[in-house]
Write a protein that binds this ligand. Structure first.
Ligand code: ATP
Length: 378
């Protein structure tokens, strides 16, 4: 059977001033697929998403939906809805009204929905995002994670065929982020609709997606299943970007002194501000396993796979799953100590997320979109 492509991008290009932001993007997205645009800041992920949503027009090329050109279709006529990193909930409306918002403008067979139907749908959506009983809550008093759940419920309530998710988990802390990754994946599986997800986080992309699209400087570098992108990177950029690395949140306490995973380590990096937040990159083969009492940090082995030359272990350390490669065998469940030599600690500046919404993805965009949503006649 032939694959059914819900979205096709053909030779899409986009410039802002003299800057080529998208350079001949070609992509086919299958119906029901969880596809992720992965790449560094500024590579064109959000721009691609906005062109699919209809918020932005490409300079050249075609966007097809179910095989039909939708270049001139306005956002509210596209069966697409978007979730942003900042939840952009309507602050003056409670949870129920936020989720009901799009439904109040939806028409089925030319008729508006009755309150009973709206209420049923809101309840169904709240159950889907694990917020049963939250109808009357004030959205400004919810936690970040709960607000994001309401945003997901609101976006899904109008039954879009495609959900666009622009770094939706970036504002959540690590533990919550991991939980939400699993939940979002489950929601997508349950609903069977297409999710197009944007992230700069390789682990997030690899663990959630059916297909990963690696982008850099406005070009697609590689399209493939997570396992293929990881094992067979097409070029140096992908190899480097997807390399086997533990990437941890850290702080530079001083020159040559980094703190991460609750411990302080000597490193070879300098020139950061005191207490500057950084990314710490550690290759799985550069971690030394020592007796538990001798380690700067300790963890528990949760999986161990023999890879031919070495063992590849997943070690839980403070809610972060480290990948560690070693030629010695340690059984699953063992508690181990960990040491890392200074030259194995790579300190990177945190990437900046300025301008994600800037002046080109405003609240009013979504408001306008939501208030205009109309269901296709059944
Ligand atoms: P990030 O993860 O930082 O959001 P991204 O991969 O999503 O990055 P885009 O937001 O698509 O990148 O931006 C790609 C480039 O286009 C950037 O250099 C950005 O500054 C520029 N850009 C995007 N929108 C506009 C705009 N409306 N006007 C001018 N430049 C823009």
């Amino acid at each position: 059977m032939e694959d059914n492509f819900i979205i096709e991008l053909k030779n899409i290009s986009k410039k802002f001033g003299d800057e080529v932001v998208l350079d001949d993007i070609n992509l086919r997205i299958k119906d029901g697929e969880f596809i992720t645009f992965l790449g560094p800041s500024g590579c064109g992920k959000t721009t691609t998403l906005r062109i699919i949503a209809g918020f932005l027009e490409a300079d050249g090329g075609q966007v097809l939906f179910d095989g039909k050109d939708i270049n001139s279709l306005p956002p509210h006529k596209r069966q697409v809805n978007t979730i942003f990193q900042r939840y952009q909930l309507f602050q003056h409306l409670n949870v129920y009204e936020n989720i009901a918002f799009g439904l109040r403008n939806k028409k089925v067979n030319g008729k508006k929905l009755k309150e009973k139907e709206i209420s049923k749908k809101v309840k169904e959506m709240l159950a889907l995002v694990n917020l049963k009983g939250f109808e009357r809550r004030d959205v400004t008093l919810l936690s970040g994670g709960q607000q994001q759940r309401v945003a997901i419920a609101r976006a899904l309530a109008v039954d879009p065929k495609i959900l666009l998710l622009d770094e939706p988990l970036a504002a959540l802390d690590l533990k919550l982020r991991k939980d939400m990754q699993v939940e979002l994946k489950n929601i997508q599986k349950r609903l069977g609709i297409t999710f197009i997800f944007v992230t700069h986080d390789q682990q997030e992309a690899l663990s959630m997606s059916d297909t990963v699209v690696v982008m850099n400087e406005g070009k697609i570098q590689q399209i493939g299943k997570p396992i293929d992108i990881y094992n067979e990177p097409k070029n140096a950029f992908v190899a480097d970007f997807i390399g086997e690395s533990n990437i941890l949140d850290g702080v530079m306490l001083d020159d040559y002194k980094a703190k991460f995973s609750g411990a302080v380590f000597q490193c070879l990096d300098k020139g950061f501000a005191v207490n500057e937040k950084v990314d710490i990159v550690i290759r799985p083969e550069d971690v030394d396993i020592v007796p538990i009492q001798e380690g700067s940090i300790k963890g528990t082995i949760t999986s161990n796979t023999f890879k031919g030359i070495h063992f590849e272990m997943i070690v839980d350390i403070q809610n972060f799953k480290w990948m560690i490669q070693t030629t010695d065998y340690y059984p699953v469940g063992s508690e181990i100590g960990i040491e890392i030599e200074p030259d194995a600690i790579h300190v990177m500046k945190k990437s900046e997320y300025s301008g994600l919404y800037g002046d080109y993805s405003s609240f009013s965009d979504e408001l306008e979109h939501l208030s205009d949503v109309e269901a296709e006649e059944e």
